[in-house]
Design a protein around this ligand. Sequence first.
Ligand code: 5GP
Length: 214
Amino acid sequence: MADVRRRGLLLVLSSPSGAGKTSISRRLLAEESNLTMSVSVTTRPMRPGEKDGADYHFIDGGRFSAMVAAGELLEHATVFDNSYGTPRAPVESALAGGADILFDIDWQGARQLRDSALQNDVVSVFILPPSAQELHRRLVSRASDPEEVVRNRMAKASGEMEHWDAYDYVLVNHELDASVAAVRAILTAERLRKDRQIGMGRFVDAIRAVLDRG
Ligand code: 5GP
């Protein structure tokens, strides 16, 4: 019987910080066996509780510029005065192996992926908070950021949200379980798109050949 394989997809999640993207990402990674996280490089300082190589690869500005110059980043952007970028090699090898990759990147990175050679592999989801008040509440209850950072993030949330319309799917994150279920439904449907199922034509032909023999 002809073999059907699947090309991996790039699941891009963007949102203003505090909308719940990190919690949704963690749950997706725990519940979806074929999904791996793209670990970005960044020049921002490590926060308490973060691990180098797991949350980010923490690098200095010189190394970041060298990676950009060498074409080692699939996309890169400046967010909150720090540089962030997606290393190219792990993404290409995961895709080739049929794995799906999750990206927690901002609208600038999402746009670069959509404009890249991998554009047909990109599935993008924008996550919105239920309200401005709820966004503020979530940012304040996140212990790691000082009040000044919270103010800064609130001010920038509007600018990030301006780009919701460029995404394939938009989700208002009222409640974590429901949001995780919604993103998993998107994944399930997108995995079934015919263009991602390599060898499906031969699979159908093989069945039809038997049927047509009578
Ligand atoms: P944080 O510093 O809070 O971890 O992330 C700040 C913002 O940078 C978030 O919106 C996050 O999605 C975005 N970000 C993280 N990694 C990347 C990346 O590799 N590329 C781009 N374009 N944005 C990123």
